[in-house]
Design a protein around this ligand. Structure first.
Ligand code: NAD
Ligand code: UDP
Length: 314
């Protein structure tokens, strides 16, 4: 009998790639999503032969599943700063009550649990690159707090289930991830810049563009999520997942302009409050312990994303 995975947030960007990959490997997948920032279209192609079953449900409400479950991937939460600032309370509930409900589900079923946390738990970091041992620098009352603090709460709750109930829990801190399937208007930097470049509109760099990020292609990310979930002997551990190649946002704008052959001008807008100035994962832990590292270069991944955008524009 094939094993069953629950993927919350499965109709979102990363979740839909994960559902597709797990189904391709023979798992039965229950995709749980309330469609707040995701869409059924993202998983429509795999909703066949009962391999991926779509369950429309808000994880901040208790989750009842009658069949056996072996693995719970908890990804349900808005992730784009524009989305979570538009839905601050829903974001806090998905990461607090949603994490509680999915942990309870894993406990009831004797399943393994993976929490999709974020590099945002490091806030605007003073340690660079960020290792898993860094405690972070987060503004608890700023515009990003609904996301950052609820993810920090989710991590603490998951480890409380590990310590108190011996639940097999793993936490991944995901750094900026991109690729086909991102909502064109989700407000994140790569969809924004690519749409602006393709439409000949101004490319909007916030601040002076000297802030940095490190971008991971989604296929590498999904491989990392699976590696952490399906490895033995790492219960209760935390891993950074991301691509350590760091670049400034201005460089990202220039690269996208060049690759798309766009004549868009680059314009500078106000720097958002609490926007982290530097971000790069230290991935030595996962490299050493689980042998994972990203394989897709930035331009290679961007070209795949741009090709997908052009195809969908047709
Ligand atoms: P996304 O917005 O595309 O997907 C999130 C999904 O969760 C959506 O389908 C949404 O409808 C669903 N959802 C939200 N609230 C829900 C609720 N209460 N009940 C059920 N479903 C709910 O975002 P994404 O980029 O795919 O991110 C997925 C996960 O990865 C999130 O937990 C996010 O915090 C984490 N993450 C992503 C990134 C990134 O760069 N993409 C970086 C760090 C962390
Ligand atoms: N950004 C930008 N222009 C945009 C969107 C984002 O300059 O149109 C910047 C943003 O200020 C941040 C970086 O790009 O410094 C990454 O933003 P994103 O929203 O993708 O994710 P974050 O890493 O901030 O969660």
């Amino acid at each position: 009998m094939s094993k069953t995975c629950v993927v919350t947030g499965g109709a979102g960007f990363i979740g839909s790639w994960l559902c597709r990959s797990l189904a391709g490997k023979g798992y039965r997948v229950l995709c749980v999503d309330n469609l707040l920032t995701g869409s059924r279209e993202n998983v429509e192609d795999v909703l066949v032969k009962d391999k991926v079953v779509f369950i429309e449900h808000d994880v901040s409400k208790p989750l009842e599943i009658s069949e056996d479950v072996d693995f719970v991937f908890h990804l349900a939460s808005p992730a784009s700063p524009v989305d979570y600032q538009n839905h601050p309370i829903e974001t806090m509930l998905a990461n607090s009550l949603g994490t509680l409900n999915t942990l309870n589900l894993a406990r009831d079923k004797g399943a393994r649990f993976l929490l999709a946390s974020t590099s945002e738990v490091y806030g605007d970091p003073e340690e660079h690159p960020q290792t898993e041992g860094y405690w972070g620098r987060v503004n608890p009352i700023g515009p990003r707090a609904c996301y950052d603090e609820s993810k920090r709460f989710a991590e603490a709750l998951a480890l409380s289930f590990f310590r108190k109930h011996g639940l097999d829990v793993r936490i991944v801190r995901i750094f900026n991830t991109y690729g086909p399937g991102m909502r064109r208007n989700d407000g994140r930097v790569i969809p924004n810049f690519v749409a602006q470049a393709l439409n000949g509109e101004p490319i909007t760099v916030y601040g002076d563009g000297k802030q940095t990020r490190s971008f991971c292609y989604v296929e590498d990310m999904v491989e990392g999520l699976e590696r952490v979930m399906f490895s033995e002997g790492i219960s209760g551990e935390v891993f950074n997942l991301g691509n350590p190649e760091e670049r400034t946002i201005l460089e990202v704008a220039e690269t996208i302009k060049r690759i798309t052959g766009s004549s868009s001008e680059i314009v500078f807008k106000e720097f958002p409050e609490d926007d982290p100035v530097k971000r790069r994962p230290d991935i030595s832990k996962i490299r050493k312990r689980l042998g994972w590292e990203p394989r897709t270069g930035f331009e290679e991944g961007l070209k795949k994303y741009i090709a997908d955008c052009k195809q969908k524009n047709k």
